[in-house]
Design a protein around this ligand. Sequence first.
Ligand code: PMP
Length: 419
Amino acid sequence: MSLKSDAAVQSAKTGYDVNRIRKDFPILKQLVHGKPLVYLDNAATTQKPLQVLNALEKYYYTMNANIHRGVHALSQEATEAYESSRIKIKKFINALGKNEIIFTRGTTESINLVAQSYGRKYFNEGDEIIISQMEHHSNIVPWQLICEEKKAKLRVIPIDDTGELVFEEFEKMINEKTKFISVVYASNSLGTVNPVKQIIELAHSFNVPVLLDAAQAVNHLKIDVQELDCDFLAFSGHKLYGPTGIGVLYGKVNHLENMPPYQGGGDMIAKVTFEKTLYNELPYKFEAGTPNIAGTIGLGAAIDYVEKIGLDKIASYENELLDYATQKISELSGLKIIGTAKNKISVLSFVLENVHPHDVGTFLDFEGVAIRTGHHCTQPVMDRYAIPATSRASFGMYNTFEEVDVLVNGLKKILEVFG
Ligand code: PMP
């Protein structure tokens, strides 16, 4: 039996009905250049189901008001909806308390918050901060900024040819100078899922806190922050079928309590005088100004949606898609997969001999296929493999085996034309 028919049997067994799911995503019905849209750019952002769109619309149609300080009915309703999203997220990642859930604009802002707030307070000259060679720029630059300011040193765990971290190098690198570790849970350009539990265990044996960039993990892997024992975890709503402009920083309460505010303004204060300002309690100390209320409510709806289908079912379906796509494109001569780690999320990066990824992306676009080409905000990964860019197909809960076939046929055509 082929991988595809095995998967069909398996999906029937688990009750995963991709056609039913697709009906919830109105955008997928459209044609692009006269061809049915095949959206394979889910690692950049995912599409939004009706349930999320309806939640956004309902908020603006029926309860738009500023939150927290209003005594009137709309403000109370909006506050309740906003705070109920916080509780959903707490449960979704199994945080100990809702005061450990801070709303931000996304992964980028969450990491900057920790780098600026924790780093300003605790980093000193000569300290070492460890990241990895496969980080997204948003988990590199914030640490460079604070390292420059504090004269601390950034150290980088290398990756091997398959795209896995060289753990022994990490073991050699960590020492009494290490003050912080920030690593990606799952890589957006290689697909690698990192052994984060082992990293955290080793880091904690040196008393070093760990931040996980879970931007790509949150919609593929069940996250339990207590089980992982991570100190911080960052993710974006838009990669989890939620709106853009809303994200989360999870932090252990003892860290958050000891960290100074990141931004000042309304809502983050308990009392302001010109002489001294007292800060609000957690999590509000880190939520200055009017937040993305609609986005937060939309993210809550996205989590409800994902949980109703079951993240485990989604993940196993996506793994089947990845296996099928990997097998199919491995059969094409003149194509090389970049990122062949044993444990991967459904991200498939590749390069074609003699064809620039940009041309691959443009050609596929005319076939209705949306993939991403470029460095994927991971330029050091491109340097590691001595390539300027890759083409990347990334699969979400609504993609189908037939869509993988469309991608593969498009690639065959490109290889014929350019090959
Ligand atoms: N880290 C990783 C691994 C990512 O894939 C992304 C988004 N591509 C980010 C961080 C940044 O996320 P955002 O742009 O939503 O802040």
